[in-house]
Write a protein that binds this ligand. Structure first.
Ligand SMILES: *Cc1c(COP(=O)(O)O)cnc(C)c1O
Length: 371
């Protein structure tokens, strides 16, 4: 019997999705870095990505990249969270590429690379207004690029990049991409040679690709959420983009077990204070309704709005840390204790579930073979 709750990972669907995405990017002259952090860093997904034509495996966590490497993935590994000084020694032995935004860190990475007999490739990040990582002043970016090129012998300046839509919700518009292309040209002018990489962002930067507005200079995207979530990715939910509807939206699904079935009132009874999360939600009185209690909770998936029950007529009423309440009053199917309810997932739920030790992962389909 499967251990519950379970996260079901369908490799055929992941590969089908990634192949489609790589196809879109290739047509636009863009190489794909396959970001595995959303899966808790499954090496099997890195193997899939390698088979699908990704050119790098990327993650925000070194241990995930180390696992992919140990599993035999031959692609260069890329660290996409600006590194800590304390992990540089490890970074240069595991990764071939990293994103960088601090002069101090670059100098320390250079020393670490030299100590370990490596030439480490760096991509300098430009902050175009999303206000997370990156050089904000383009002159500083150019100066540091020039210094890296001329002085830091353990590092190779592979290119520049940016990140949008993370902290500041800034959209990767054609204007922003053009600005990045101009920064790249300024750096190239200063160092007197072309850069290999101009990295235009994440899944959301596919929008200018769909619109055929991506400047030719942008030649890398770092793709995380889309191959896992398809139409359930924010491209659809937040931007109304339908291009990704051709992808599977159930490459990752959750299975949770029913532990109680009862008809109860819908409005709590007694003096109301706060719920399990210290919040004061409003409760709508819809009379007595049949509900199923599930052995999974917010501690596992985060926000219950990000899990979508695949049981006709049901909806999630709410959750606490370890329980989820599913309204099943309008379901035709007779639900009983021990039944399993399946959910599709938005990215943040998938991300949380992938790293919950209460959730067991089951992988289906062949790994890494070509379609
Ligand atoms: C997570 C991450 C990505 C991938 O983002 P998605 O929206 O999941 O495609 C790309 N770049 C950086 C720096 C990231 O941290």
């Amino acid at each position: 019997m499967k251990k519950r709750p379970s996260l079901i990972i369908d490799h055929e669907k992941i590969r089908s999705n990634m192949k489609t995405i790589v196809g879109w990017c290739t047509d636009a002259g863009i190489d794909v870095a396959g970001v595995i952090k959303g899966t808790g860093g499954l090496a099997s997904v890195a193997i899939d990505y390698e088979a699908c034509g990704a050119k790098w495996i990327a993650s925000s966590r070194l241990e995930q990249l180390a696992r992919a490497k140990a599993a035999g993935v031959k692609l260069p590994m890329m660290m996409i969270r600006v590194p800590m000084l304390s992990e540089l020694e490890e970074m240069v032995t595991i990764c071939d590429y990293s994103l960088q935004s601090e002069f101090t860190t670059l100098k320390a990475a250079d020393e670490a690379a030299i100590r370990n007999g490596k030439i480490h490739n760096v991509i300098l990040m430009a902050d175009l207004g999303d206000l997370r990582e990156g050089f904000f002043d383009p002159e500083e970016l150019v100066d540091v690029a020039k210094y890296t090129e001329e002085t830091l012998t353990g590092l190779h300046l592979a290119g520049i990049g940016t990140n949008l839509g993370c902290y500041g919700s800034v959209k990767p518009t054609a204007d922003k991409m053009q600005q990045l292309a101009e920064y790249a040209e300024a750096v190239e002018q200063a160092i007197g040679r072309p850069l290999e990489i101009v990295s235009g962002g994440a899944t959301s930067s596919l929008m200018p690709v769909f619109d055929k507005e991506m400047p030719g200079k942008i030649n890398m995207l770092r793709i995380g959420a889309l191959p896992f979530c398809g139409a359930l990715e924010d491209l659809r939910r937040c931007y109304g983009r339908t291009e990704a509807d051709v992808l599977y939206d159930d490459a990752f699904t959750l299975e949770a077990e029913v532990i109680e079935v009862r008809t109860k009132p819908t409005h709590p009874i007694g003096e109301l204070g706060v719920n399990a999360f210290g919040k004061t939600p409003k409760y709508r009185d819809r009379g007595n309704r049949r509900r199923a209690l599930l052995a999974i909770g917010g501690a596992d998936f985060g926000d219950y709005g990000d899990i979508l029950p695949q049981l006709e007529g049901s909806f999630v009423l709410g959750c606490s840390g370890d329980h989820t309440i599913l309204d099943i009053e309008d379901c035709e199917e007779m639900i009983k204790v021990g039944d399993v309810i399946r959910f599709k997932l938005h990215y943040s739920a998938m991300l949380n579930l992938s790293s919950s030790e209460n959730v067991t992962k089951y992988e289906s389909g062949e790994i890494g073979c070509l379609l």
